[in-house]
Design a protein around this ligand. Structure first.
Ligand code: THU
Length: 140
């Protein structure tokens, strides 16, 4: 897919500024709108640990603030802070809370979640793969 590598590059770039003094686990995300805009996000931690915000939700909320309400795909990368390069040793699948947050603004059968270690090593899922039988706005 044409946009996959671009999103991974943007997610790796976003990851560089992650604020992670507690976990030392840096996550980056890049969220694609239907008109081709990309919103980056990284995790932002807090001394009160439960206030930590994941990279995916940082990207999502930045985009929603700018009035986007539907998205095409997200790339996510994550690894320990000491891993600085463009090739990471692990995948960082989105947490349950982020899966549900994305569900609000995505078609689960179409929205792509790209989990990457590098521009050349990645797996692509739909949101429905990661959050089957999900609850969304149409249920209310
Ligand atoms: N983290 C994310 O940014 N995204 C996820 O979906 C999983 C976890 C962050 C939260 C915390 O700052 C660190 O990774 C360790 O859990």
């Amino acid at each position: 897919m044409e946009y996959t590598k671009i999103l991974i590059k943007e997610a790796l770039n976003a990851r560089k500024n992650a604020y992670t003094p507690y976990s030392r686990f840096d996550v980056g995300a890049a969220l694609l709108t239907f008109d081709g805009k990309i919103y980056g996000g990284f995790n932002i931690e807090n001394a009160a640990y439960s206030v930590c915000n994941c990279a995916e939700r940082t990207a999502l909320f930045r985009a929603v603030y700018d009035n986007y309400r539907e998205f095409k795909a997200i790339a996510v990368v994550g690894a320990k802070s000491e891993e600085k390069g463009e090739i990471l040793s692990s995948y960082a699948p989105p947490c349950g809370m982020c899966r549900q947050a994305l569900r609000e603004f995505c078609n689960p059968k179409k929205f792509k979640v790209i989990l990457a270690k590098s521009e050349n090593e990645f797996n692509i899922f739909t949101l429905n793969d990661l959050l089957p039988e999900s609850f969304g706005p149409e249920h209310l």
